[in-house]
Design a protein around this ligand. Structure first.
Ligand code: ATP
Length: 308
């Protein structure tokens, strides 16, 4: 039996002539946080809007808990909570009033509204602000209220669009913690264009670039994939480029504008200790050696090339 919480198959969408997303496949059948990573314009919002039933796809299918969102939108949407990038808050309502309003919008039985509001407020740590106007809350607490509205109807899937954007470092840590707590009971999809945000929060990662899925695996596999594979090396008495290129594990060497060298290595070898040892033995007068981290743009480029 298919027990997927979300199943997206061959999803493609075009707004006009060009495809915004093409052949996106995604399946979630367990709790936890899945990160949707991609640069601006990659296709994250298009994918999430289709997933939440806000946009109707050109091709492909989306099933939420086995229900086709196009054929049975109301039933499918009952199982989804959504926090868009700009949280749909009513600033002149109190936290309690706003969440009560959301509970009614979500068609929660009148007799259960009070309990549903209390439970969402407790879960998101905003119960003590029940009577405070939303406009008088800090950014972090507003975001908590936004998350509370997304879980008020106890959905199986929660979709959060860049939920930590614009928060200060402490608020980011608190919201990340809350997201992980929420994900203990339901599947969460979390989109971001910030790699470290996804690394800190997600169990699995899907990367979209140019409308195509370029990576789909666990966060651990992703972190292994993006291990550095180049070193920057500075020496007062460098050997020839040929000598450097002949170091076991080094695949190529470039001369940098600042007089240093970039040495590419195959990721399996422990080449830095070899370089240090050779520098001592042959008096290269090593002054600096550092691993270069790939930027997100470079990772996107690497992954895109790999899949094209
Ligand atoms: N309403 C629209 N009409 C036409 N083109 C659109 C529309 N919305 C998005 N696009 C295009 O579709 C592509 C994917 O955009 P989308 O908003 O899904 O990307 P994104 O990854 O969410 O980016 P961002 O982080 O900037 O929101 C882009 O080329 C964008 O210009």
């Amino acid at each position: 039996m298919d027990n997927s919480i979300v199943k997206v198959s061959h999803l493609s969408h075009r707004y006009s002539r060009d495809w915004a997303i093409r052949d996106i496949n995604l399946e979630i059948s367990q709790l936890g946080v899945l990160g949707l990573l991609g640069s601006n314009g990659a296709g994250k919002s298009t994918t999430m809007n289709i997933l939440c039933g806000v946009l109707s796809q050109t091709e492909g299918t989306v099933q939420i808990d086995g229900i086709d969102i196009r054929k049975h939108p109301e039933e499918a949407k009952m199982r989804i909570g959504f926090l868009p990038q700009n949280a749909p808050l009513h600033l002149d309502l109190t936290v309690g009033e706003y969440l009560t309003y959301c509970a009614y919008l979500r068609n929660i039985d009148r007799r259960q509204v009070k309990a549903a509001v209390a439970s969402a407020m407790d879960k998101c740590g905003v119960a003590h602000f029940r009577t405070r106007l939303i406009k008088n809350l800090s950014g972090g607490y507003r975001q908590r209220v936004g998350i509370a509205q997304s879980i008020i109807h106890r959905p199986k899937l929660v979709v959060l669009d860049e939920p930590t954007n614009g928060l200060d470092p402490n608020q980011i840590l608190e919201v990340r913690k809350l997201i992980k707590e929420i994900a203990a009971e339901r599947a969460v999809i979390f989109s971001s264009h910030i790699l470290s945000e996804v690394q800190a929060t997600c169990d699995d990662v899907r990367m979209i670039e140019g409308g195509r899925m370029v990576f789909a695996d666990t966060m651990k596999a992703f972190n292994n994939y993006i291990l550095p594979n180049s070193l920057r090396v500075y020496m007062h008495n460098p050997p020839s480029m040929e000598r450097m290129a002949a170091i076991p594990g080094i695949t190529s060497v470039e001369l940098l504008n600042d007089g240093g060298f970039r040495m590419h290595f195959d990721t399996t070898s422990l080449v830095s200790s070899t370089i240090i040892q050779l520098a001592v033995d042959d008096n290269w007068q090593l002054t600096e050696i550092m691993l270069e981290k790939s930027s997100l743009d470079e990772i996107f480029a690497q992954l895109s090339n790999k899949t094209s």
